[in-house]
Design a protein around this ligand. Structure first.
Ligand SMILES: C[S@@+](CC[C@H](N)C(=O)[O-])C[C@H]1O[C@@H](n2cnc3c(N)ncnc32)[C@H](O)[C@@H]1O
Length: 238
């Protein structure tokens, strides 16, 4: 097996200890906004009962479960972390969705699927963790059928006064709240602010949309949510 890139290694190490506590604290640390952003993401995907949707970076399968229960489609959830997937499998069973949600281990940089295998595709909090976001976007677009919808959920970077509150939260509140929970969450709490800032510096909104277009995605739209703290982007494969 190829040696993981430093970014991939970092993501693997970061999420391995979180699995059992991920859902409880991810909601808490986003002030309860994460489920709202997820609902909006799912509302952008026009999936029907006959459709097959790929959810990349599925983690503990929150988006995969929401997609299958709200639209009746079948979902394949893919993640590189076996620890996150293990928790996800328990949640899928608890939701009674074993017949419609399958979770597989794999990497977004090299998806184990044929070209145009899926009707629609979603991915959440992924591009900050990959070595080459442009190459990853091309790989995601490859497995999507023409005209299929691709939709992303990511943290946004608030502007003006909300940005001041955000900076206070990610510099002080989040690392401190993480430290109270566990060493793993302290690491995530300290990592997130710089990671989100760095991503939006490298890919400001216009550049991010251009990245999608270069991957063959058209009709690209985006919505900033919760005063800019969340970002949902969606488009259609040409
Ligand atoms: C913040 S979690 C999000 C999990 C889930 N989508 C959610 O919204 O709750 C990010 C996930 O991305 C996964 N991930 C990061 N880089 C990846 C890659 N290159 N391929 C597949 N999964 C990746 C991590 O293992 C982790 O489960």
């Amino acid at each position: 097996m190829a040696t993981p890139s430093p970014r991939k290694r970092q993501a693997l190490d970061l999420f391995a200890p979180l699995g059992p506590t991920y859902d409880r604290y991810a909601n808490l640390l986003s002030f309860g906004q994460d489920p709202r952003w997820r609902r909006f993401l799912v509302s952008r995907v026009p999936a029907g009962t006959e459709d097959s949707v790929l959810d990349v970076a599925t983690g503990t399968a929150a988006v995969a479960i929401a997609l299958a229960s709200r639209t009746g489609c079948s979902v394949v959830g893919l993640d590189q972390s076996t620890d996150m997937l293990e928790i996800g499998r328990g949640r899928v069973t608890a939701a009674g969705l074993d017949d419609r949600v399958e979770l597989v281990q794999g990497t977004a940089d090299e998806l184990p699927f044929e070209d145009a295998a899926f009707d629609h595709l979603t991915f959440t909090y992924l591009l900050r963790y990959v070595r080459d976001p442009a190459a990853t976007m091309r790989e995601l677009a490859r497995v999507l059928k023409p005209d299929g919808t691709i939709a992303m959920q990511e943290f946004g970077l608030p502007r003006a006064i909300p940005r001041l509150a955000w900076e206070l939260w990610v510099r002080i509140g989040l690392p401190a709240a993480g430290a109270v929970i566990s060493p793993g969450w302290h690491e995530v709490g300290s990592f997130l602010g710089p990671s989100i800032r760095d991503f939006h510096r490298r890919y400001p909104p216009a550049e991010l949309r251009e990245l999608w277009r270069r991957a063959g995605i058209v009709d690209v739209h985006s919505r900033r949510l919760s005063l800019g703290g969340g970002l949902v982007m969606w488009g259609r494969k040409e």
